[in-house]
Design a protein around this ligand. Structure first.
Ligand SMILES: Nc1ncnc2c1ncn2[C@@H]1O[C@H](COP(=O)(O)OP(=O)(O)OP(=O)(O)O)[C@@H](O)[C@H]1O
Length: 270
């Protein structure tokens, strides 16, 4: 497929360009440019642009209601943006259906998800295996269960895979959701609020898991509404408020940014 409506920007650093955020399709594994999503009169995502670099762990941070989930929903094909462009691997994927994006290696986890309660943990993972990508790897139908077992072990559920989801603690449910996303063999994984409701030790364990996934070659975008636990994990962050980007940079830059501090004034974010 061609690069779509946007041409690669050749003047990234050109101050005369009126779009300081001007991005092109090849400026990252995932590139979001001028994304806007309106629900009637409400602008949930407001002219948002940023790129996700291959191999990084990017934090996507914003207070409750800032537009994080809506951005994810526009990227993963749940919503068609009101305007703007999403590029994945250099291709314009704006409005492309979710299952097609999954087939291309873009997966997400959901903050609230509903596993099949009457199936075991490993069966829940097996049902998420994506035939196209799996068979291209193995070529063998009979390996699905083995792959599901591997996914359970990879996320630390090796000793719980024959339990039902309701027997898992909250952190275990999160790991199950991660295993289901990993079963689609993603190159880019969008993780929605993984640390919500976790104790400090669980946050650290999950961070270790994200680090190991990155070491295996998966690029990660981790969403959270506060920064606790996140700043030590991520390479960079994009911070949004009222649907628009207010800061982008390293954890140190984000922590010291007056606009970010203002956005979180009185909250528990920093
Ligand atoms: N389907 C919808 N219809 C109308 N308004 C919506 C819809 N989805 C989200 N919104 C509104 O868009 C804004 C952004 O919501 P969104 O869920 O994207 O924020 P968020 O940053 O993910 O918040 P949280 O941290 O609470 O999950 C909010 O004002 C929300 O009420």
């Amino acid at each position: 497929m061609s690069a779509g409506p946007g041409e690669r920007s050749t003047d990234w650093d050109d101050a005369s360009d009126d779009g300081a955020d001007a991005l092109g399709p090849d400026d990252g594994l995932l590139v979001i440019e001028n994304l806007t999503k309106r629900f009637g009169g409400l602008t949930a995502v407001d002219d948002l642009s940023f790129a996700v670099e291959e191999g990084e762990i990017l934090g996507f941070i914003g207070p409750n209601g800032a537009g994080k989930s809506t951005t994810f929903d526009c990227v993963t094909g749940t919503y068609r943006p009101t305007s703007g462009t999403v590029w994945y691997r250099g291709e314009d994927v704006t409005g492309v259906a979710t299952h097609q994006l999954v087939g291309r290696g873009l997966a997400r986890t959901f903050q609230s998800f509903r596993p099949l309660r009457d199936r075991s943990v490993v069966d829940n993972v097996r049902l998420a295996l994506t035939p196209d990508r799996l068979f291209s790897l193995s070529g063998l139908r009979g390996t699905t269960r083995q792959r599901a077992v591997e996914m359970c072990e990879r996320v630390g559920l090796g000793d719980r895979m024959h339990q039902t989801p309701s027997e898992l603690p909250h952190a275990g449910m999160l790991r199950l959701e991660l295993a289901r996303a990993l079963a689609t063999d993603p190159d880019l994984l969008l993780v929605d609020e993984p640390f919500a409701g976790l104790a400090g030790s669980e946050v650290a364990e999950l961070s270790d898991l994200f680090e190991s996934l990155r070491a295996e070659g998966i690029t990660l975008v981790v969403v959270d509404h506060n920064m606790r636990g996140l700043l030590s994990l991520i390479d960079r962050a994009v911070v949004i408020q009222f649907g628009a980007k207010i800061a982008e940079g390293t954890p140190e830059e984000i922590r010291d940014d007056p606009t970010v501090q203002e956005a979180y004034l009185g909250g528990d974010g920093l």
